[in-house]
Every structure is written in C-alpha cells, then in structure tokens.
Design a binder for this molecule. Structure first.
Ligand SMILES: *[C@@H]1O[C@H](CO)[C@@H](O)[C@H](O)[C@H]1NC(C)=O
Ligand SMILES: *[C@@H]1O[C@H](CO)[C@@H](O)[C@H](O)[C@H]1NC(C)=O
Ligand SMILES: *[C@@H]1O[C@H](CO)[C@@H](O)[C@H](O)[C@H]1NC(C)=O
Ligand SMILES: *[C@@H]1O[C@H](CO)[C@@H](O)[C@H](O)[C@H]1NC(C)=O
Ligand SMILES: *[C@@H]1O[C@H](CO)[C@@H](O)[C@H](O)[C@H]1NC(C)=O
Ligand SMILES: *[C@@H]1O[C@H](CO)[C@@H](O)[C@H](O)[C@H]1NC(C)=O
Ligand SMILES: *[C@@H]1O[C@H](CO)[C@@H](O)[C@H](O)[C@H]1NC(C)=O
Length: 916
C-alpha cells in the first residue's frame, strides 16, 4: 500500500525520514500521509520510477558500506521464551537503534549464526529462518523488509520452535554475521554484527523465569541461590570440616606415613627453591638399587627447583641471604626383585608395580630418597615430592609408598570443534603429568574440522570460514562454514581454523613423552567426518555415496556426515588417517602404540540405501543394506591394518563396536581369520552398549561415563554456567570426586579387563583456552584422584550403615582442603585457568542477623558488596557479614589471587546476590 511504498522508498526520503521514523508502527493519520504525498509529489515520482527500474542503483562500494553499517549498528537480541520436555521456543529480535537512517536499505542481505539446537519450525515474523547444517542457521528478511531495510527505530521479531532444549546463555554462540548478496545472487561480503561479537554473549537475554530455564513444571532443577549452594556443599561434607591439612596429596597416595607426633613439621616455604638433586656419580647400593641422578625424574626436580628459586628471587628464600634450608633429593632405580624395594611390589599387579615408587623424607637431615623400579615410577615420585614441597604448608610426611589403581588414566581433549594451540596443549600436558594422568586422548577430527595434515582433505578441512564469491584469491578454501560461532572471515585464526603441522605434532608427542603422558590420537570415522567429506568433495572425491539419499541427521544435526566404507575412496580414507598419523608418530621417534578410531554416533539409516554398499555386499538392488554388515567390514579392515601398523591397542567409542541396535559385535567372530592388535578397547560413555555387554563380547574397557566424567558439562544447574547438560543436569567437583569406579567396574563383571578411566573435554562451548580450561579445572583434579587412587569408600554395600558415606565425606574434606590451599596455585603456575564456584551463604539466626559466607574450597578469598547504585565496592570478608540496615541486596564473589600478586585476581567466580 501507499504507506509502505513511501516507507520503502527510503533512499529518496532520507531527508524526510524524521517524519516517518515510525512508519511501521505509529498510527499516524492517513490524512497526514496524503498531505505529505502531495507536498512531496516530485519525490514520489522518483520513487515510482525507481520501483520500475531494475538497473542496480547502488554501487558495489555503497553496498558494502551499507552492509558494514548494518553490522555495526544492528541491535540483535536472542531470547529463549520457554522450554518443554521436547522442544523450545525462542525469539530473535532485530532493532534499528538509529533515528533517521534505514539499515540494510538498498541491499540484499542475510544473517548466519550458530545455535546449539536446530530450528524446527517458524511461528511468525518477517524473516525466512532455515537450518543449514549442524549448528549453522540462516535468516533472511522477506517482503518489504527485504527491499526496504529496517526503519529508523524499527523493531522486528521472529519466533520459532527449536528441537530439544536451550536452557542457558552458552547455548547461543557469538559472531552472528551479515552477508551481502549481489544482484547475481552471489554472497560477496560478510561482516560480524558488533552486538554479537563479545564473548560475554550479552545479546542473549537472561533466562530468569522457570519456563525459560526448566524443561517443564516437573523439572526440579533451579539455579542455586547462595543459601542453596552452601546447603548442598555442606551435604557433601557431612559432619566433616576441611581443615588446613598437611599430608594429603592429590591424587591421594596408596600409603602415607605422617611424621612422628613429637616432631614439629618444618615449614615448606623455601624448601623447593633450595632443593639439591644428587648427581648420578655417587656409588651404587648393595640392595639392587642404582643412583638415577640423570633420570627424567631428576630433571623434573632440577627444573622445579630452578623455577621456585627464580620465583623466590629477592624474597626471604634467596640463596644470598644464606638462610635457605637446603634439602637433597637422591633418586634410585631398583631392581624389581631387589631385597629392599622389590619386596614392596609383591602384592601389586605388574602394571601397578611398573609405576610404583617409594619416597622417604627425613626432616632432620634434609634427605629425600626416591626409589622405583622404572623411570616412570621414579617420575611420579618426583611429582609427589614437588607437590609436597610447595610453599605455604608444612612437611608432615616421612614416607610414601604409592602406585596407581590402573594403567590408563586419561583425559580426552577435543581440538576439532575448537582449536587449541601447541602451547596450550603443552601446558595441559604439564598439568596432567603433575597429577599423574598419563593418557592425552586427542580428538583430532570431527564434523567441524580436521587438525592434522593427513590426506587430501587437509588443509581445507582444518578451516571454517564463510565462502564468498569473487573475493581476492587470498581467501583460503574452508571446508566448513563458521560452525559453533567461529569468525566468518578471520581466515587462519582459531578457534575455527587451526592445525598442527608434522613438527607441531612431533613437539606435542615429545613433550608428552618427557612427562610420561602418552598421546592417543583419535581420528573420528566413519561418522563425525563432514569437514573431510566436504573438503574431498571440493576436489572431486566422494567419500559418501552420491546415490545414497542419506540417513537421519546426526545428534549434532549434521546430515551426510559419515564416510562410506563401501566406496574404495571411503575405505581408503579411513585407513589413510590411521597410516598417516602412525607415520607422524614414527617420524617423531615415538611409535603409535594406541590408536582411537572414534566410531561413535553413526546416524541410523546411513548406508542402508547406498548402491555402493549393495555392490560390495552383493545385495539385490531392491533390498536394504544391512548397515551392521558394513560396520563389520570396516572394523575388520581397521583391525587388520592397525595390527600391521604396530598398534598395540585399538580404541573406539563403545557404539563404534556395536550394531544399530547398540549390541556389541562379538570380538572373536569379528576378528576371525585376521590379525588384530593385542587389545581392542571399547570406551563406554553412554547407557548402551553397557560395559557388561562389551566385556562379555570380548572387549577391554576404558570407562568414560558421561554422567560423571564429561567435563564439558555445566558445573551448576544455572543458565549462566557454560557447558552442556544432556548427560547430567550438572556435574560439579563432587560429582567427579564421588564417581565410584569400583562399583562401575564390578557391574562389568568379574572377568572384565578394565584398563582405567577417562574424562572428556568436548569443546563446543569453549572457544578460548580460558573457557576450555575453566571447564576442565578444578574438576580435572577430581578425575586424577579417581584415576589413580582407589578410595576405601568405593564399592561399599548399601547396607554398610553409612560407613562409606562417612569415609567419602572425610576424603572429600581432605581433598577440597588440598585443592583450595595448594592445587589451585599449582594450576595457576601451569597457566591453567580454572572455575571458581560462587560463594555460598548461611543465614545467622534472627531477622536482624547477618550471614556467613562459605565456599567449596577453603582458602579462596570471598568478597561482598552492598547494593548501591551502579558502582560496586568489594569488601573482602572474613566470612561473617553483618546485614546493614537499609540494604536489601548484597552481591557476592569469590576470587583467587596468586601469592605476591596484589593487583587483580587470577580467577574469579560469577557474581551472585542474596536478598534480604
Ligand atoms: C539493544 O536493545 C535492547 C532493548 O531495547 C537494549 O536493552 C540494549 O541496551 C540494546 N543494546 C545495544 C547494544 O544497543
Ligand atoms: C513442542 O512441544 C510441545 C509440547 O510437548 C508440543 O505441543 C508441540 O507440538 C511441539 N512443537 C513442535 C513444532 O514439535
Ligand atoms: C535432570 O533432572 C530431571 C529432574 O528434574 C530428571 O528428570 C532428568 O532425568 C535429569 N536429566 C539428566 C540428563 O539427568
Ligand atoms: C620386573 O621387571 C621385569 C623387567 O622390567 C619385568 O619383566 C617383570 O615382570 C617385573 N616383575 C615384577 C614382579 O614386576
Ligand atoms: C556478483 O559478484 C560476482 C563475484 O564478485 C561477480 O562476478 C558478479 O559480476 C556480481 N554481480 C553483479 C550483478 O554485480
Ligand atoms: C545427502 O546426500 C544425498 C546424496 O548426495 C542427497 O541426495 C541428499 O539430499 C543429502 N541430504 C541432505 C539432507 O543434504
Ligand atoms: C536405530 O534403529 C534401531 C532399530 O533399527 C533402534 O533400536 C535404535 O534406537 C535407533 N537409534 C537411534 C539413535 O535412533
């Protein structure tokens, strides 16, 4: 209608736009318009001329300027309206905050962005909204909005129903971007919307109402108030109180003998800085032990002493002041049948014996003696000594005898979803080793990226960016668009783009070997392979059957993301990945002993209508393909090839060894007539297949239950906490600490070959190292605890009268005390950021009374601020806070500072509040 025509012809009406600034929304009298029309008839003629004129009237340069203006000015908000058990509704609102300027006028534009859950159905709004693939969506204005742009002050919303739930801020992703479409329909420029560029994701409206943050009325999960938090944490502790403790290492040693009661434990303040390491020249010993002053363990001690000395320089520990207590560490490697050390090993399994160590400490003489049968055992002894000598405590132990409960103490790191640099991986390896984790399972490929130079899929598969037409030739080919909120045009930059060169990977392998951590590479196939499939397709190689209509979308909403092993190119691709990474290991001088082929989440229906699979399995054209038969062929090839490549253990996610019904293939029939690696290891992570079924079918196991050990899950049931929640509503420090590995193992049956446990850090929501590390830590310390130490409360019968629960509380109280007083500082020294829980609070009696601040980790600094206007003044609390009269709200925060660093905090919690 006329009104709209006038509004749309903004180009000619900019001068008059103040009159129309509410064209779409105001209720101006038609009379006024008629009057205006008459007065501006000259302009109107031009408008009509324009309407019939198809010739582009905006130059390319002007179009790009209009796109930049749109991206800089558009105010976009994303709001979850409500969740139900099965889906959610949400609203995307676009506002033009400018007066007098139409945004996006005269150009054709669309937005792209990622959402954790795919849009299912639009309810209403002047946009077309479509799910592209995986996380990526497209939104395009339609009708008047498409031609005329957003009116000054205008506000436009679209509402939609999306699949599953969106319960938190971090289900949204940053870097929504606008793309310019030229007159030929080609996308020629992309600009990030400024309002969505911040990692704070403040364009996402807070989820404050229960219908927003709950899956329905029967969902009991509420964000914790400080009072609730304190109550929950007190429940974990039972009647125990974490005190300043002296002996407890993380992970807890098998045996720790405290210093005799009459001896006052010396302060550890300057011990590490003054530590001497005896050289290897001093003579042997008649009981079958040889000095090991040039072992890796000795190297670690020298390094730690030098670092501590450097950190202490100028302080009270400086050597020049001669008041430095000097300890000497003597290291020895002992024959495992020796009279002295060998006897200690008698009741251990060979695996345990190979990592066992003894550490003797004599405060009177300042002697530390470290003994082990192997260099790795000695290395763990050195790690324990470094930990015991951390400043700020007392050395209250005289002897440790220690060994791990199991050999595989793993952490999976996903560098495919979002990339982490060599430097960050190295930091993580140092930290893992300090807490005696010994397997870094690197998830090196997924739908979103491939991070090693393997096969012709590289380098395109290692990059995500928006493909633009006619750009300068320096735009690299990116296999994937910017999934998961990576940047559309920062070509080459993490988190979307990145890879390890052969040299980088060798550096990671060598560094981890020096820390006795083994890298277990995972190249995930046949599913989770979209980046590689697209990269190969661009080169004319099909890894999927072009005649296969494809199966269901994957759980992450990708379609056609499974390599088809019935195609010669598909079969070869899967084997090439293993051969390629095996060569990288060989070139680094560290043979690949363990390889993980992924195997998870192949969508139902994949391959069932593939003509190539029909040909391979000699199935008549009208018959469906048995996808399980395809999986078996693929597994047999992998197993035989792995054996040939010298792989000792082939690992896979548990469903990778199972059919579509999630029942595992029997391993001996699977491997009949072929060579296979010594161990075939299934990693159960979800309900099915169960550890028991896998064990019965012949697989060894590494337990990685998502409900307990997935460190990508949020740490509280709060919409402001980063992380997923599909396996558990929340996974806090205690959830991981209290994982009963013994009961889990027992459920797998008496004959199950359980190699150990593994945590997992998937990185969909972690775009920055600090975000990834804050999901990891401090929970990774609880993972290390469970991986190494078999606690006495594990596996207790429900009828034990609460004894196990009491023991667990005591153990947890000791653990959090160590974490708060010592381990947080060590995490910081490795450059690992960590999450601090917000404070808890307990009301003191009476209405006028104040409250007590609490925290799950003793030793953390607690602050409060009385609400007064916008400025916040933090007061550090000795935990007891009076409630001042007239104050209705108090804000709370926990923080951690590095010793000696007064300014700033190394870590701080979310800010929370309590109301009177
Ligand atoms: C966007 O609009 C909302 C609602 O009007 C407003 O609260 C917010 O401050 C605006 N954001 C920006 C960056 O202008
Ligand atoms: C979303 O869930 C509600 C409640 O279960 C249901 O009524 C509705 O049909 C669902 N919407 C879609 C589009 O699936
Ligand atoms: C989350 O809590 C609800 C109870 O409110 C429960 O029904 C649901 O199973 C939990 N979700 C997970 C993944 O454990
Ligand atoms: C002792 O060490 C040898 C060689 O390392 C090994 O083969 C043997 O199994 C070990 N014995 C025990 C009891 O650990
Ligand atoms: C659209 O962009 C492409 C690539 O830059 C260019 O070849 C084409 O001429 C453009 N079309 C128009 C109508 O400008
Ligand atoms: C999957 O691939 C097949 C074959 O190329 C194609 O016909 C089908 O449309 C694709 N499915 C989707 C959802 O893209
Ligand atoms: C796949 O199909 C099987 C039946 O063929 C069914 O048991 C299973 O639950 C399905 N899996 C998924 C993820 O839909």
């Amino acid at each position: 209608d006329l009104h709209q025509t006038i509004c749309n012809s903004n180009k000619y009406f900019t001068m008059l736009s103040f009159l129309y600034s509410k064209c779409r929304h105001s209720k101006l009298q038609t009379k006024l318009y008629v009057g205006l029309f008459v007065i501006t008839s000259f302009w109107a003629i031009l408008v009509l001329a324009n309407a019939f004129n198809a010739k582009p009237s905006t130059s390319d340069l002007e179009s790009r300027q209009a796109l930049r203006q749109l991206a800089a000015q558009l105010n976009l908000t994303f709001s979850v309206i409500s969740n139900t058990k099965r889906n959610h509704t949400a609203r995307i609102t676009l506002r033009n905050p400018l007066s007098g300027v139409w945004l996006g006028a005269g150009i054709r534009w669309r937005l792209y962005f990622s959402l954790m859950r795919p849009v299912h159905q639009v309810i209403d709004g002047p946009f077309r909204l479509t799910h592209q693939n995986g996380y990526l969506h497209q939104l395009e204005p339609v009708g008047d909005l498409a031609t005329g742009g957003l009116a000054p002050g205008g506000e436009y919303s679209i509402r939609y129903v999306g699949k599953a739930n969106m319960l938190g801020r971090f289900d949204a992703f940053p870097n929504w971007y606008a793309v310019l479409v030229n007159k030929s329909g080609l996308e020629v420029a992309a600009e990030v919307l400024a309002v969505t560029a911040s990692e704070a994701l403040d364009f996402v409206n807070p989820l404050t109402r229960p219908e927003q943050y709950k899956t329905g009325p029967d969902d009991v999960n509420e964000p914790w108030t400080p009072f609730k938090r304190a109550e929950i944490q007190a429940g974990y502790l039972g009647n125990e109180r974490p005190g300043p403790q002296l002996v407890r290492l993380v992970p807890k040693p098998a045996l720790a003998e405290p210093l005799g009661g009459e001896q006052r434990p010396p302060s550890t303040d300057c011990l590490l800085a003054g530590l001497n390491v005896a050289s290897s020249s001093s003579g042997g010993d008649s009981s079958g032990c040889k000095p090991a002053g040039s072992s890796e363990a000795a190297g670690l001690l020298r390094e730690a002493a030098a670092e501590a000395a450097a950190a202490a320089a100028g302080g009270p520990c400086t050597a020049g002041e001669m008041n430095l207590p000097r300890w000497t560490a003597s290291l020895q490697l002992c024959d495992n049948s020796s009279s002295k050390f060998g006897k200690l090993l008698t009741n251990l399994t060979p695996g345990q014996a190979s990592e066992a160590y003894e550490l003797l400490l004599d405060p009177k003489s300042g002697q530390a003696v470290l003994s082990a049968a192997t260099p790795v055992g000695l290395f763990w002894a050195a790690q324990s000594l470094v930990s015991l000598l951390q400043p700020g405590g007392r050395l209250a132990v005289r002897r440790l005898f220690d060994y791990p409960r199991s050999q595989y103490r793993g952490l999976m790191l996903d560098v495919a979803r979002n990339f982490l640099s060599v430097e960050e991986v190295v930091r993580l390896i140092d930290a893992m080793s300090a807490w005696k984790l010994n397997r870094l399972h690197l998830h090196l490929s997924d739908d979103e990226g491939l991070r090693l130079p393997l096969t012709a899929a590289f380098p395109a598969a290692s990059r995500r960016c928006h493909p633009l037409s006619g750009e300068a030739s320096d735009q690299p080919v990116c296999a994937q668009p910017p999934q998961l909120g990576s940047h559309p045009t920062q070509w080459g930059a993490p988190p979307g783009c990145g890879s390890y060169s052969a040299q980088d990977y060798a550096a990671i392998l060598r560094h981890s070997a020096s820390r006795f951590v083994r890298v277990v590479p995972e190249l995930d196939t046949p599913a989770h392979s979209l980046a590689a499939i697209l990269a190969m397709k661009a080169q004319g190689v099909d890894l999927t059957d072009p005649e296969d209509p494809g199966g269901q979308p994957s759980p992450q909403a990708f379609t056609n993301n499974s390599v088809n092993p019935c195609l010669p190119a598909g079969a070869q691709y899967i084997l090439d990945l293993m051969r390629g990474v095996s060569k990288l290991h060989a070139a680094a001088g560290l043979p690949m002993l363990e390889y993980h082929f992924g195997g998870d989440e192949a969508p139902n229906g994949t391959w069932t209508n593939s003509p190539a699979c029909r040909r391979m399995l000699s199935i008549p054209p009208d018959q469906p393909v048995d996808a399980d038969a395809v999986s078996r062929v693929n597994l047999r090839r992998l197993l035989a090839e792995a054996a040939d490549a010298g792989v000792d253990a082939l690992l896979g996610w548990s469903d990778g060894f199972a059919g579509a019904d999630l029942r595992p293939f029997n391993l001996s029939s699977l491997t009949a007539g072929i060579r296979r690696p010594r161990k075939v290891v299934a990693v159960p992570w979800h309900l099915k297949p169960s550890p028991r079924d896998l064990a019965v079918a012949g697989y060894s196991l590494v337990m990685a239950p998502a409900t307990r050990l997935y460190l990508d899950h949020r740490q509280e049931p709060d919409p402001e906490e980063r992380g997923l929640y599909w396996a558990a509503n929340f996974t806090d420090l205690y959830t991981v600490f209290s994982y009963d590995a013994k009961t889990d193992a027992a459920a797998a049956g008496p004959d199950a070959d359980i190699l150990g446990i593994s945590g997992a850090l998937w990185t969909e929501t972690a775009r920055q190292p600090a975000q990834a590390f804050s999901l990891l830590a401090p929970r990774v310390l609880a993972l290390a605890e469970r991986a190494w130490h078999h606690a006495d409360w594990e596996g207790a019968a429900p009828t034990d009268g609460g004894q196990a629960a009491k023991a667990r509380s005591r153990d947890y109280a000791e653990f959090v005390s160590s974490v708060g007083h010592r381990e947080l500082g060590r995490l910081a020294s490795f450059g690992i950021q960590f999450r601090l829980a917000p404070p808890g609070a307990r009301r003191l009696g009476g209405d006028s009374g104040g409250f007590l601040l609490t925290h799950e980790l003793p030793g953390v600094r607690l602050f409060y601020s009385l609400e007064s206007g916008a400025t916040r003044r933090w007061v550090e609390s000795d935990r007891l806070v009076e409630w001042p009269s007239g104050v209705r709200r108090v804000h709370l925060m926990a923080a951690f500072s590095l010793p000696g660093h007064k300014a700033g905090y190394y870590a701080q919690s979310r800010i929370v509040h309590i109301d009177r």
